[in-house]
Design a protein around this ligand. Structure first.
Ligand SMILES: Nc1c(NC[C@H](O)[C@H](O)[C@H](O)CO)[nH]c(=O)[nH]c1=O
Ligand SMILES: CC(=O)[C@@H](O)COP(=O)(O)O
Length: 139
């Protein structure tokens, strides 16, 4: 049994609730346990994962957040740098599923976050567990 840390960037409450519900359901359905921590925005997620790694308490990580394009270049920074930070950690062999949505508008985000639709939170949890299984096999 694995213990998974869910890190949610709670920038849009209603969208985050959907992502977290999907991720928790997927982890529980696979017979694993989880904890959830909250950070202000997607840019804080890689740092929070790094702190989690330092505790040695978690087998895998699920990063959840929503970045919706605004009027400025800020979207590119938040979307790109959060993904870059997560990718850097995965290259160190950390099992992470990236469920940070990067969308043009709220409607796109709802369709992707909703467990009854595209369920990207559940998908990120599956990815984290798949990488954990791969690390156990190859690592
Ligand atoms: N615009 C969005 C952000 N921006 C906030 C940053 O992630 C960060 O918290 C801030 O710059 C302080 O370091 N975060 C999201 O998760 N989603 C957004 O749409
Ligand atoms: C992540 C974003 O692009 C958004 O929340 C910020 O909006 P803006 O570019 O209008 O400041």
């Amino acid at each position: 049994m694995a213990h998974v840390l869910i890190i949610e960037a709670r920038f849009y409450d209603h969208l985050n609730d959907l992502l977290v519900a999907g991720a928790r359901a997927a982890i529980e359905a696979a017979g694993h346990t989880h904890e959830t921590i909250t950070v202000p925005g997607a840019l804080e997620i890689p740092g929070a994962i790094a702190l989690g790694i330092g505790t040695d308490r978690y087998d895998a990580y699920v990063a959840l957040g929503v970045v919706i394009r605004g009027e400025t270049y800020h979207f590119e920074i938040v979307a790109g740098e959060s993904a870059r930070g997560i990718m850097a950690l995965t290259l160190d062999g950390i099992a992470i599923g990236n469920g940070i949505l990067t969308t043009e508008n709220e409607a796109q985000a709802i369709a992707r976050a909703d467990p009854a639709q595209l369920d990207k939170g559940g998908g990120a949890a599956h990815a984290a567990l798949a990488m954990l299984a791969l690390r156990d096999r190859l690592g």
